[in-house]
Ligand binder design. Structure first.
Ligand code: FUB
Length: 319
């Protein structure tokens, strides 16, 4: 394991909490779901998420959802059940998605601390496990949960994961292997879990969740860097609660560019409204704005669900 100590600290941005008393509308994806991943595939948004609503996050299966506009969603049913693998028993958390080699890859947490990958010929599945963990419990420092995938402009894909310690590594061209000696590890400020990397122009962004998903203060912070493996410079809060409006525990996000545009979407979960908690979470989608100076505007959770159609030209273009 290589620890990258070049993680500099800058002052966080502070944006005042909203004072709106707007009535909150339900998630556009009804039900309890968390830890979303989002991509634009063949002219549609594609989302996978942890199935929530059971004690101790005990669900075993991931469902696939697609939408043309983030508002109206099609539920494709179970895309993958970790019990269908040869090695995992349950606790299916935090899926991540990639499209490469003419195939679709679903990375996932199972058994509270191992990461696997399953493969499908269609984006919504069914996915078939590759037979063994990609990151097994104890392979690296911290807890092996919350995979994320970033594919750079040169086509190389990177896997990120971790709780307590964040790790990143370039994946092999087969998308199901990596060189353990090339793993880079960081401990960003207040890092808990759910590392995510995206790129706009020459700027790379690492974002992550802070605090505990059962805390109303669960939130997202970010850093900027010059490459997919850093080094990173801390920049501050990207997304946090708006307690005045009853919006709590906004975290475990994913970011996607709308293919063919410079529009960006952040998917995240929050305590369900009404009555949610760390085991009853719901998905939301909001716009992500990049400032001219390269920093990110803090995301203010919207009252109304976002409607952002994928342009027709994006058909056939995986993001
Ligand atoms: O949903 C189960 C766990 O809760 C995830 O792995 C964490 O990121 C947190 O959201």
């Amino acid at each position: 394991m290589r620890i990258d100590s070049n993680f500099t600290i800058a002052e966080p941005l502070h944006v005042g909490a909203g004072t709106s008393t707007a009535t909150e509308t339900p998630s556009p994806i009804p039900g309890y779901f968390a830890d979303p991943t989002i991509a634009v595939v063949d002219g549609r948004y594609l989302v996978f998420a942890t199935t929530d609503g059971s004690p101790d996050w005990g669900s075993t299966a991931f469902r696939a959802f697609t939408s043309h506009d983030l508002l109206t969603w099609e539920d494709h049913g179970v895309a993958f059940d970790v019990r269908d693998s040869a090695w995992a028993a349950g606790h299916a958390w935090a899926p991540a998605y990639a499209h490469a080699n003419g195939l679709h890859y679903l990375y996932f947490t199972a058994d509270r601390g191992s990461i696997g990958v399953a493969v499908a010929e269609a984006a919504a599945g069914p996915y078939v496990d590759t037979g063994r963990p990609l990151v097994a419990e104890g392979d690296f420092a911290g807890v092996a949960i919350d995979p994320a995938i970033f594919t750079d402009d040169d086509g190389a894909s990177y896997l990120y994961w971790g709780n307590s310690v964040a790790h990143g590594v370039r994946l092999g061209a087969d998308m199901v292997s990596f060189d353990p000696a090339q793993v880079v590890s960081w401990v960003p400020r207040d890092f808990r879990e759910a590392a995510w990397v995206h790129r706009r122009g020459d700027s790379y962004y690492l974002s992550w969740s802070v605090d505990d998903t059962r805390s109303e203060d669960y939130q997202v912070h970010y850093a900027t860097g010059s490459g997919p493996l850093g080094p990173w410079r801390y920049r501050g809060v990207l997304l946090c609660k708006d307690a005045d409006r009853g919006i709590l525990a906004t975290g475990h996000h994913a970011i996607a560019r709308v293919a063919g545009t410079d529009d960006w979407v952040v998917a995240y979960h929050r305590f369900a409204i009404p009555g949610g908690n760390g085991y009853h979470r719901e998905l939301r989608f909001d716009r992500l704005h990049h400032r001219p100076d390269g920093l990110l505007e803090q995301v203010v959770p919207t009252a109304e669900p976002l409607c952002l159609p994928v342009p027709a030209v994006a058909h056939g273009a995986p993001e």
